[in-house]
Design a binder for this molecule. Sequence first.
Ligand SMILES: Cc1cc2nc3c(=O)[nH]c(=O)nc-3n(C[C@H](O)[C@H](O)[C@H](O)COP(=O)(O)OP(=O)(O)OC[C@H]3O[C@@H](n4cnc5c(N)ncnc54)[C@H](O)[C@@H]3O)c2cc1C
Length: 270
Amino acid sequence: MNLNTIVEVKRPRSFEEIEWRDGHAWLAGGTWLFSEPQVATDTLVDLERLGWPALTATPAGLEIAATCRIVELHDFKGPVEWRAVPLFGDCIDAFLMSFKIWNAATVGGNVCMSLPAGAMISLTAALEGVCTLWPRDGKPREVPVVDFVTGNHQNVLQKAELLRSIHLPASALARRYAMRQVSLTHLGRSAALIIATVGDGGADFLLTISAATPRPVHLRFGKTPSAAELREAIDERLPPDAWFQDVHGSAPYKRHVTYYLAEQLRAELA
Ligand SMILES: Cc1cc2nc3c(=O)[nH]c(=O)nc-3n(C[C@H](O)[C@H](O)[C@H](O)COP(=O)(O)OP(=O)(O)OC[C@H]3O[C@@H](n4cnc5c(N)ncnc54)[C@H](O)[C@@H]3O)c2cc1C
């Protein structure tokens, strides 16, 4: 849609040249920004010309620029020892998308939207991603993705702060994984997106619950838990009022499918 409050689009080539004031908003792919009126915004600051490389693989892991497009992440081929790379495509397929979102939306835009059904949040939280944030004044800071999102459409970003990148450690990329996603309707928004990863020999089992809860939740076990241990840990961490209720599923439904899917993941990886 046309945003008739916008009077200027700035296209800076460096972070330093940006003079921020109230009414500015970062523009990434624009798929959400242009989907509804932005009455408090008069200037868009386009991130594209900052020219960040989309994906940088090193022995330490994968650096995903905030401006990396969904389609670029989908096309990434990692070294064979990064067994979790196919999870990129699995999560991208779980994302309710049009042609426009596929080609224009960015990983950073999805994470900064901080919606429960943000599939890039599910992916990067499950793979133990760490965000690098650039505050307006001050040194860059690092925040794990699982702590970056604090609620439905809420996160730790301060005014004018920019998400620069997300680092996925090689150790997480090398783990075995399993994933399940469920929606109330065919191709609908996720009601639950659950991912488990595990180290060799069943050590260090990590369950990431997302979409069913307002923010991603990690449950970590020294070794693959039993079915009863897993269910007990979910109950302990997530009481009945901790589940996210919306038109894509009631809280009791999301809780129920989370037990069901988490047990499937546990059995698959055991
Ligand atoms: C039909 C439709 C279906 C959708 N389905 C889903 C869905 O299933 N799940 C879901 O999560 N979302 C969904 N969305 C919302 C949105 O399109 C996606 O979240 C998308 O990934 C946003 O990415 P973008 O690059 O287009 O962000 P933009 O629209 O450019 O920006 C989104 C927000 O993040 C801020 N922002 C962007 N990049 C940064 C950055 N690097 N640092 C700080 N702030 C930043 C912007 O200022 C803005 O507030 C949907 C939207 C539409 C129109």
